[in-house]
Design a protein around this ligand. Structure first.
Ligand code: SF4
Ligand code: SF4
Length: 131
């Protein structure tokens, strides 16, 4: 991955249409059975090469709902094989983990800035009235 959607998702559907690689599924198709949208990490490219920032987070009205996850690289194969958090699609019964295929990720986002609570979209600064 990439990015991950937490339980503050309000199932508004805004992100689904924004994803350039159709990595997001809605709550009724969430493979973990949770009542929220779900990013398929084996598909997410962090919008690299398409947009400047993850578009799902840019449009999400629930600030902080979408957080950075680890890069989808072999180094994090075990992370993505955690079946309590992810359900990867499979090919011939083998999960499409990073060992199967790595995905693009934003190299400017360091690993220490990824993980639970590391939000992609910051709370906007308080608006200052002008004039
Ligand atoms: S970061 Fe981009 S590629 Fe990944 S789920 Fe969000 S919109 Fe899709
Ligand atoms: S835009 Fe945000 S709140 Fe809306 S469905 Fe996507 S993750 Fe959930």
């Amino acid at each position: 991955m990439s990015v991950i959607i937490d339980d503050t998702c309000i199932t508004c559907d805004a992100c689904l249409q924004q994803c350039p690689v159709n990595a997001i599924v809605d709550d009724s198709n969430n493979p973990m059975g949770n009542n929220r949208y779900y990013v398929q990490p084996e598909k997410c490219i962090e919008c690299v090469g398409v947009y400047d920032d993850p578009q799902c987070a840019a449009i999400c009205p629930s600030i902080g709902c979408i957080t950075w996850d680890m890069p989808y690289t072999k180094e994090f194969d075990g992370h993505y094989l955690n079946t309590e958090v992810y359900k990867l699609s499979e090919k011939n019964g083998i999960p499409k983990s990073p060992e199967f295929r790595e995905k693009k990720y934003r190299k400017d986002i360091l690993n220490e800035d990824r993980g639970v609570g590391k939000i992609v979209q910051e709370e906007p600064d308080e608006l200052v009235e002008v004039g």
